[in-house]
Design a protein around this ligand. Structure first.
Ligand SMILES: [Zn+2]
Length: 289
């Protein structure tokens, strides 16, 4: 009887292993696509990551390469579709999951542009990408073949080197990882400055554009900047109040009301982590009795 049970269990384990095999064997090919946003500005997707590029008669401005394979795919697509040189590569911030593989475009002749702080991180963390040749601290405008893109530093937020890229004619703004559209913040807000982040969002709210293009998830509108700032301020307010009441992190996680955001992307996975990250930041910046 005991032998039978063991035999059956062994068979069950074997079945599960066999069923799992085809899933493991068939590695998902990356989802890559190009969609037109406005005028000659396009959005490039590689799985969960997105960047934008602008095509002009004088050449192409690309942004985050994402990784070397994605960049190689995009470079080939741009050559096939447009047949003009890639002239500029602009990094949104220094994080490797967005800017790896920049040498693909740099080797093709693109001038690499980023915030000054991003250059420092890229060099010191030895990011696997091309080091920026041109950097700026506050503002920079690139004009190519009649297309204008304004680069602006709006302060620290998800990193200390995030920039926004505004295309005034197309009335759109590309911003990565610090203005998600109806999506909660990434995990527990690693590498972030929450107070500065809120201020940086206020600066973006003053800018003139209609369409907000994030580095992950769906495209939104200028209004989504305020929506995300409201989220950060709401979360900060709730966490601070409970922290001042002397509640523990576990209690605060149970008490914070996030029901308004339950329909947002990544809510289930990351909202509890957002509370943790906010608690950490709040505790760093307050002094209890
Ligand atoms: Zn990032």
């Amino acid at each position: 009887m005991i032998h039978m049970r063991n035999a059956r269990r062994a068979l069950l384990v074997l079945t599960v292993a066999v069923l799992a095999l085809p899933v493991l064997a068939a590695a998902q090919p990356p989802v890559r696509e190009i969609t037109r946003l406005a005028g000659e500005v396009y959005r490039f997707r590689n799985n969960l990551h997105y960047s934008v590029f602008a095509v002009t008669p004088a050449g192409i401005i690309v942004t985050d390469p994402i990784n070397a394979e994605a960049a190689e795919w995009l470079r080939a697509e741009l050559a096939r579709r447009f047949n003009v040189p890639i002239r500029y590569l602009i990094y949104s911030h220094d994080h490797a999951d967005h800017i790896t593989g920049g040498q693909v475009f740099a080797d093709a002749g693109a001038v690499v542009v980023a915030h000054e702080n991003a250059r420092t991180q890229i060099v010191e963390e030895r990011r696997p990408t091309a080091v920026p040749a041109i950097t700026f601290t506050d503002r920079m405008t690139i004009e190519l073949g009649g297309t204008v893109v304004e680069l602006a530093y709006v302060g620290r937020n998800h990193s200390d080197d995030s920039i926004v890229m505004r295309f005034p004619r197309e009335r759109l703004l590309f911003a990565v990882d610090f203005i998600p559209v109806e999506t909660v913040g990434f995990r527990d807000f690693p590498t972030s400055w929450i107070e500065d982040w809120i201020e940086s969002l206020k600066r973006v709210e003053q800018m003139d554009f209609d369409v907000l293009v994030p580095g992950h998830g769906k495209v939104g509108s200028r209004e989504h900047v305020r929506v995300f700032r409201d989220y950060l301020e709401d979360l900060r307010g709730q966490v601070l109040r409970y922290a001042r009441e002397g509640r523990s992190l576990e209690e605060i996680k149970a008490l914070v009301d996030g029901s308004k955001y339950a329909g947002w992307a990544s809510f289930k996975d990351w909202f509890p982590l957002n509370v943790e990250g906010m608690y950490r930041q709040v505790q760093q910046h307050r002094r209890g009795n």
